[in-house]
Design a protein around this ligand. Structure first.
Ligand code: SF4
Length: 378
């Protein structure tokens, strides 16, 4: 899912793995603005390009989207996605001559989830099998299609549109995530899907729609908008810090195992809180007791390498290239600090350092956040 025209319902399919585990999270998240990030924008650009290429391959009119995120890598991976989709379409034709191919199809699953809808990247409908395909551009975590609620919600939406028109027996759900070398497939019968919808999905969606149920923290907190200041997540992580160490003086192997099991989530949580506090300090001028903002180190860089090379050649310098122009530090060594400053000072830029939140005792000078032109993603 995604694409530039995508809208979100509160109980989105993409967030279903979260609100099904922590039902009150859907309501809690509404207090926080939905922010975009460069990763999300890159994903949208990849979806738009993939959609265009697939339409093009199927002779459906489409205009190639323009994006600053488009790269050779994106071109290659969207080609891979399209190739796979075309292969699937041919496969579906083997079972049914009269298939329907839907690209970026709005899928309404509000029979099960209040106001629930999403957008399926590709849906292929025919007798016997209904295919639901989702393109993911992230490369960090491979997403499995196995019992994946997002895919199952799309399948329910597609089923409600076509159940009466085709003799569908099973659903084939596929996640295509070429950047993570992940092609995940999960198949289930219509009966299994409907049993899940009736007995698992519906009761949880009902709780979620009322903001009821128990908060439950876990890996699914990762993309929750409340993750930085959610009390439940804090309590779960602080449990580790209350660890009651027993005698003898050294930790046992079992205790070490228990600690490292929780350490990854603990460290992610601490980092989310730090990012949240830093973003508040930089973007809103928030002062945190015992902390201040300082400017970090920044690297000098040549403004224009060609102009630097020309100036150096005019001064008779020869050994100024390795694979490209040698680094500023190497150049300074070669020329001597004084000469470097005289000859190349105007050609070197020193951008402002990244702001960071440090304890008051840090030696660096405090900077005023509102004067700095920074925006930090939370
Ligand atoms: S951060 Fe985790 S525990 Fe807190 S509301 Fe979100 S999903 Fe639930």
């Amino acid at each position: 899912m995604s694409g530039s025209q995508n809208a979100h319902s509160i109980y989105s399919a993409s967030g279903a793995h979260r609100w099904m585990k922590c039902t009150p999270s859907a309501h809690l998240e509404q207090q926080f603005e939905q922010k975009t990030s460069s990763f999300a924008e890159e994903g949208t650009a990849a979806h738009d390009l993939a959609e265009h290429k697939l339409k093009n391959a199927l002779n459906i009119p489409s205009e190639r989207p323009q994006s600053k995120y488009e790269t050779e890598e994106m071109d290659e991976f969207t080609d891979m996605y399209v190739e796979y989709c075309l292969w699937l379409i041919e496969k579906a034709k083997e079972d049914c001559k009269d298939i329907q191919v839907l690209i970026e199809q709005k899928l309404d699953f509000s029979d099960y989830v209040p106001e629930g809808f999403g957008t399926g990247d590709l849906v292929i409908v025919g007798d016997k099998t209904l295919y639901v395909i989702d393109f993911k551009y992230g490369k960090g975590i491979p997403v499995s299609a196995q019992q994946n609620p997002q895919m199952m919600l799309y399948a329910l939406g597609a089923l409600s549109l076509f159940e009466m028109l085709y003799e569908i027996e099973q659903i084939s759900m596929m996640i295509i995530q070429p950047r993570a070398d992940n092609f995940s497939l999960y198949e289930m019968s219509i009966e299994e899907l409907k049993t899940w919808a009736e007995y698992e999905l519906k009761p949880k969606a009902k709780l979620a729609s009322r903001g009821e149920g128990e908060f439950c923290a876990g890996e699914h907190c990762r993309f929750c908008r409340a993750k930085s200041n959610c009390r439940e997540r804090a309590l779960k992580n602080l449990e580790l810090l209350k660890y009651e160490f027993k005698d003898p003086a050294l930790l046992t192997d079992e205790e070490v195992s228990e600690i490292i099991t929780q350490a990854k989530e603990l460290s992610k949580w601490a980092s989310d809180i730090y990012t949240y506090a830093t973003a508040k300090a930089i973007n809103e001028g928030k002062k945190w007791d015992g902390f201040k903002l300082v400017e970090g180190r920044s690297r000098r860089k040549y403004k224009d390498e060609k102009a630097v090379a020309k100036a150096l050649k005019a001064l008779g310098y020869k050994d100024i290239y390795k694979e490209s122009l040698i680094s500023i530090t190497e150049m300074e060594k070669l020329m001597g600090k004084k000469k470097f400053k005289e000859a190349l000072g105007p050609y070197v830029d020193k951008p402002p350092g990244k702001l960071s939140l440090v304890s008051k005792g840090d030696k660096r000078k405090e900077v005023e956040p509102l004067k700095a032109e920074f925006q930090v993603e939370q």
